[in-house]
Design a protein around this ligand. Structure first.
Ligand SMILES: C[S@@+](CC[C@H](N)C(=O)[O-])C[C@H]1O[C@@H](n2cnc3c(N)ncnc32)[C@H](O)[C@@H]1O
Length: 452
């Protein structure tokens, strides 16, 4: 039987409301429809991700043309309208009539015949007035304008304005809307990888910060690729890859990665000659299994996994490591261009709560660093509370000081407009990678040293 792609997306969005993770839903769905052709899978992906990404904008439009506000609608009707309005506004190849008729059919199919007239009326009205939809006035209410235009909740907009100012906030929000290519880090040889990917029909670009990286311009599914199965690359944004560039380690180094799943940072260090052993921890068995899967695929035998709660002090780790990596749980605002539902779950209280958890973990982590050893603290977020304020917190631990790693990054960032700022920050011991600058996700990296 033919698959109704819109219904698939509707069910995916219903699962999202039940609390499943957005990227897990997408992966599971695409894995279960491997037999569909590339364009159907592409349609499902685009409609699903797009309707999440643009939710506030879509709701703003719907509210302008429906007597019942979106918030009062049955969830299935609300989602049906959202995916249909997304098609009307963002999918040029779908004729308006198809978007509307399919929505009406789907409402009936799901037993909502009584509401199919409502769906039809609202959508036809919106389609007729497509050219007349105006955003909130930027000069009257900047926050509401940014909230709707970039479909980013008020709490996040306000937080960004507070930390970066309004002009930079708009630049950041705009950058999040750009298509973000996946980045592959070659684990063996980039030239060989390019040839293999080419033979597998994957288009790539070598316009990258690091010589090991490739931007993947088009990819249907990783599951098809022999080069992936054989561990020739890992997917890792270049922001994360900075962590592997900034630190000098002694020969025979022992590394502890406290919050390691799925293992991205551990795998960076596993490729380094001077590293002998990496203990990669995470809090649950499921999570350590994720690390193990990647370790097996890459063949990184230096990595040993361990279930460990980083918020508690582990006496076995005390004074034991040349490098302790703290890539900690955070609000994730730096990756909201990829994980499109993240922005809807962030509140001021959650940011404060996370900053507190990060500090508890850091208080333990400093105890695990050997004399003369290093600590790296990183997050994939962009809030001062989780980044700069924690930088100060760590720098104030007795015996610890921030490390100037400007010489280590200069060669990579010099050619970018914002390279100078990064070099200047690195002199102080941290860098803030901001979307729209080097083409990376948002990220914070910092390095500290324990005195001899
Ligand atoms: C940002 S992710 C780590 C990403 C990883 N470093 C990488 O590069 O692939 C944060 C991780 O912290 C883990 N985590 C959260 N609380 C933890 C705790 N109390 N102890 C250990 N791990 C924890 C989460 O399970 C999650 O896998």
């Amino acid at each position: 039987m033919a698959v109704n792609e819109r219904e698939v997306v509707l069910d995916m969005l219903l699962s999202l409301r039940e609390g499943k993770l957005s990227h897990t839903i997408l992966k599971d769905t695409l894995d279960s429809y491997l037999y569909l052709d590339k364009s159907s899978r592409g349609f499902i992906t685009r409609l699903y991700e797009g309707s999440i990404e643009k939710r506030l904008y879509l709701d703003f439009i719907i509210d302008g043309y429906s007597k019942t506000p979106v918030k009062k609608m049955k969830p299935i009707i609300m989602l049906l309208l959202e995916i249909s309005v997304y098609q009307l506004f963002f999918m040029d190849r779908v004729p308006d009539s198809a978007a509307i008729n399919e929505a009406v059919k789907l409402a009936k199919k799901r037993g909502l015949t009584g509401l199919s007239g409502f769906v039809n009326g609202v959508l036809r009205n919106i389609a007729r007035n497509k050219e007349n939809i105006a955003l909130p006035d930027k000069n009257k209410d900047l926050i509401q304008y940014l909230e709707i235009k970039y479909s980013t909740p008020k709490a996040v907009v306000e937080h960004f304005i507070n930390d970066y100012g309004s002009e930079k906030t708009e630049e950041i929000l705009e950058a999040f809307e750009e298509k973000r290519p996946l980045v592959a880090r070659a684990t063996k040889n980039r030239e060989e990888l390019i040839k293999k990917l080419d033979a597998e029909g994957v288009r790539v670009s070598t316009d990258t910060i690091f010589p090991e990286s490739l931007k993947i311009l088009e990819l249907d599914s990783l599951s098809y690729l022999e080069s992936f199965e054989e561990g020739d690359f890992v997917l890792q944004d270049e922001s994360s890859q900075f962590i592997g560039k900034i630190v000098s380690l002694p020969k025979g180094a022992r590394v502890l990665d406290l919050c390691a799943a799925p293992g991205g940072k551990s795998l960076l260090f596993a490729g380094m000659e001077e590293v002998d052993e990496i203990i990669s921890c995470d809090i649950t068995e499921n999570k350590t299994e994720l690390i193990e899967e990647n370790v097996r695929r890459i063949g990184a035998s230096k990595i040993k996994t361990k279930m460990n709660d980083a918020s508690l002090c582990n006496p076995d780790f005390v004074d034991g490591f040349d490098l302790v990596i703290c890539d900690l749980p955070c609000s994730g605002l730096g990756v909201m261009g990829r994980k499109r539902d993240i922005k809807y779950n962030v509140t001021e209280d959650k940011i404060r709560e996370l900053a507190k958890i990060q500090r508890t973990i850091l208080e333990n982590a400093v105890r695990y660093v050997k004399k003369g050893g290093r600590l790296i603290y990183s997050t994939c977020t962009m809030t001062k509370a989780e980044n700069e304020e924690n930088f100060t917190f760590i720098s104030e631990f007795k015996g610890f000081s921030a490390v100037d790693f400007s010489d280590k990054i200069r060669g990579y960032v010099d050619r970018y407009k914002d390279g100078k700022r990064l070099v200047n920050e690195a002199k102080k011991g941290f860098i803030r990678l901001i979307p729209g600058e080097l083409g990376t996700d948002g990220f914070f990296v910092s390095e500290y040293m324990r005195e001899e």
